[in-house]
Design a binder for this molecule. Structure first.
Ligand code: PMP
Length: 394
């Protein structure tokens, strides 16, 4: 071997030595709170299925009926012959649900973010992003070729200075509504005010708020009472909605423009129509899902009130994402492996996904967790603190 392959091997060895190697796990049960992975049973706190809809009977039945009727493949891109009635009905249902004039479906949240930002922004424009934004918002800014300003996490004052100083033709502020690795909510009301003052637009990634926050789970913007033609929201459909995909909702002119210019919408085969049928059932379950949301928020309150650790601490998050900060990469991995040995899965999240020295366990709670599940996690974490010596290498 020489050249590229040697370089790849050396890089992977370095990654392993730093405790940063990422591993896949083979799931051989439905994705749920009690799973079988690599042949072993686990209680899982890994999933973003916040409302427990991924295995819901109504969604499965809707998917099966639609597959029998419409087949399983979309066949061609949306602008050729792939735009099915189920896709269209779902776009209309989602727009109405989040209270926006129009919505457009994408196959994944990742594709939505890179497609929207690169379509709306160009060389003469500027994108302003929170430093902790999800990677696909940054990739969208990069693809757009716009000037990319990254401001410190939730730092309204720095964002204002950057907007004030910018001479860009068009300006787009981007932020996760609920940060995927921290669980906190962005100061979106303050951002919107700045956008109005400095003639900018606000693109909100509500991957972790849609279905969970706001009245009937209508999302973070409804939760915060924000409405403006300057707001464009993206919601993912593979997390609380329990299936897969994403949508962008905003003014009709924005959606019309994206249909013409968003490459990740135009040059790809849409998700199969039966997924949209399952998602139509999911939107109904979300809308009538107050009992699920109550269970989820009860589990969040239980974890926050009963977990009592001195070496590691929970970040102050009010959402389903409850990060337990460990700091060191190896220790975070050791803690995750300790829990795994005791039948509990919680992923260790390390750099570059999170900043250096903030390696953490990302505890993800769901309405499908019972009180006994959460108490089992709390007891295991208390035991881990007693039993794992400080500075342990995984
Ligand atoms: N945005 C955020 C904030 C996310 O956490 C994720 C998924 N981890 C995405 C976008 C991408 O969504 P998808 O998984 O549908 O591609």
């Amino acid at each position: 071997m020489s050249g590229l392959l040697d370089y790849l091997q050396a890089d992977l060895e370095k990654r392993q030595a730093l405790g940063l190697m990422r591993q896949r796990r083979l799931l051989d049960s439905p994705q749920a709170e009690h799973i079988t992975a690599n042949g072993q049973a686990f209680l899982s706190f890994c999933s973003n299925d916040y409302l427990g809809l991924a295995n819901d009977g109504a969604l499965v039945a809707a998917l099966q009926a639609a597959a029998a009727e419409a087949g399983v493949g979309s066949g061609a891109s949306n602008l050729i012959t792939g735009h099915h009635r189920y896709h269209d009905q779902l776009e209309q249902a989602l727009a109405a649900f989040v209270g926006k004039p129009a919505a457009l479906l994408f196959s994944t949240g990742y594709m939505a973010n890179i497609g929207v930002i690169s379509a709306l922004m160009g060389r003469d424009d500027a994108v302003f992003s929170d430093k902790l934004n999800h990677a696909c918002l940054n990739d969208g800014a990069f693809l757009s070729r716009a000037t990319h300003h990254r401001f410190p996490h939730n730092d309204v004052a720095t964002l204002e200075k950057l907007l004030q100083a910018s001479t860009a033709r068009h300006k787009l502020v981007t932020a996760d509504a609920v940060f995927s690795m921290d669980g906190d909510i962005a100061p979106l009301a303050a951002y919107l005010e700045l956008c109005e003052r400095y003639d900018a637009y606000l693109y909100v990634d509500d991957a972790h708020g849609f279905g969970v926050l706001g009245p009937q789970g209508r999302g973070s913007l409804k939760h915060l009472g924000l409405q403006s033609p300057r707001l464009i929201m993206m919601g993912t459909l593979g997390k609380a909605a329990g299936v897969a995909g994403a949508f962008v909702a905003g003014e009709k002119i924005v959606v019309d423009y994206l249909i013409q210019y968003a490459n990740s919408y135009i040059y790809t085969t849409p998700a199969p129509p039966p997924l949209s049928a399952a998602l139509l059932a999911s939107v109904k379950e979300i809308e009538h899902g107050d009992a699920r949301r109550k269970q989820l928020f009860d589990m969040i309150a239980l974890l926050k009130s009963e977990l009592s650790l001195t070496r590691w601490h929970l970040l102050p998050s009010e959402t389903a994402i409850q990060p337990l900060i460990v700091g060191d990469n190896h220790e975070a991995l050791a803690l995750s492996q300790y829990l795994q040995k005791h039948g509990i899965l919680v992923p260790a999240i390390r750099p570059p996904t999170v900043p250096a020295n903030t390696s953490r366990l990302r505890i993800s709670l769901s309405a499908a967790h019972s009180e006994a599940d959460v108490r089992a996690l709390i007891a295991a974490l208390h035991a881990a603190e007693r039993e794992i010596p400080a500075g342990t290498q995984a």
